[in-house]
Design a protein around this ligand. Structure first.
Ligand code: MRU
Length: 351
């Protein structure tokens, strides 16, 4: 995507370094972060320099490749196994991370160069899937559509294009009128900060709404459709996504509004039978207790926004049961949230 006229991916690798758009500084600063070792890439994933299922997956794949490059000079198998575990422990929920690490690990057993090639392939496929998701999803848009999206599943959350926002970008390019209601203003503010920044950057009409405004707007018939991303989708269609997604899904059902989840097949986990088995990350209570933003001089500062002395609970994701989901927008088409449709979509065509 273009930022000030220059084309960027969220994640890429040059030589043995991984480069990331520093997402935890957005929307206030746009900077590129370099990770010289697999360990630095792990830290960047844990600290949410890079976040969003596809971008985390690509970064984790590149981290695995970095470990193989390092292992050329060290005791090979022990380092590689330890590195794989380190990368897998960075963030637990997004399936894409495990998908990418597995692929690059297997490729790296042939040679470090093969690991790098596979990591590039994972990143490329992520971009191609997002493009196709945009194509299928844009077909859902009428000449004028008001859509609600929760958190950020735009191009920042993938290598490029995004999932939930890819159909929005394409619908606009097709000349359709699109208006986006943006939420997830708390705890982390990924809607308010990242989605809003992306949409503004692409001149897409939008408004940030407080998380508790969705019901009222739906009741007033201001929202035609909800599209969200996903971090992991179980075999039965139960879907983990940013905390608050479940509430939007229940509301959409109540008000008869279609609720779509846009995700590539790398987010689907056939080994996970249902949503109860999806590991849910619990993040630092500081995300609830504090907010970060620029002071009057433009310096980023962290301020307490809750009553001092109270503790906070901060589950990062929730699970939306498949029954609330109208369909999954995937790179292979729009499918029903049923076990059989998911299995069929995940089966390679040659089988
Ligand atoms: O806490 P984050 O920003 O890492 O949350 C993950 C996500 O980006 C979301 O859940 C997103 O909506 C789906 S991943 C594309």
């Amino acid at each position: 995507m273009l930022v000030e006229g220059k084309s960027y991916q969220t994640v890429w690798m040059e030589g043995s370094s991984v480069f990331l758009i520093q997402q935890n500084l957005l929307p206030f600063e746009f900077k590129i972060h370099e990770c010289k070792t697999y360990w630095e890439t792990c830290m960047a994933i844990t600290d949410m320099v890079v976040r969003g299922a596809g971008a985390i997956g690509a970064a984790a794949g590149y981290a695995m490749a970095q470990a193989f490059l390092l292992s050329q000079s060290k005791e090979k198998s022990v380092l590689i196994r330890e590195a794989k575990q380190d990368i897998e422990h960075t963030r637990p929920t997004a399936k894409n991370l495990f998908y990418a690490v597995d692929r690059v690990y297997k490729a790296g057993l042939v040679s470090p160069e093969n690991a790098v090639m596979e990591a590039h392939k994972v990143a490329l496929e992520d971009m191609e899937s997002s493009r196709s998701i945009g194509k299928y999803g844009s077909g859902l848009f009428k000449s004028k559509t008001n859509v609600l999206t929760h958190c950020n599943a735009g191009w920042l959350a993938f290598v490029d294009y995004g999932t939930a926002l890819a159909p929005v970008y394409l619908a606009k390019r097709q000349g359709k009128e699109v208006f986006v209601y943006v939420d997830e203003t708390r705890p982390r503010g990924q809607g308010a900060r990242l989605t809003a920044w992306e949409l503004k950057n692409d001149e897409i009409p939008h408004v940030i709404i407080p998380d508790n405004a969705a019901a009222s707007l739906m009741a007033q018939k201001k929202i035609d459709m909800v599209i969200v991303g996903a971090d992991r989708i179980a075999a039965n269609g139960d879907t983990a996504n940013k905390i608050g997604t479940l509430g939007r899904a229940i509301l959409a059902k109540e008000f008869g509004i279609p609720f779509y989840v846009a995700a590539p097949s790398s987010t689907f986990d056939l080994d996970c039978p249902n949503g109860k088995e999806i590991p849910i990350e619990e993040r630092s209570q500081d995300e609830v207790l504090y907010q970060t933003g620029p002071d009057v001089n433009g310096n980023l500062v962290k301020v307490m926004v809750t009553s001092p002395g109270s503790e906070a609970l901060n589950p990062a994701f929730d699970v939306t049961p498949a029954k609330y989901i109208t369909g999954f927008i995937t790179e292979k088409g729009i499918i029903k949230p049923h076990f059989q449709s998911i299995r069929k979509m995940m089966t390679p065509l040659s089988l």
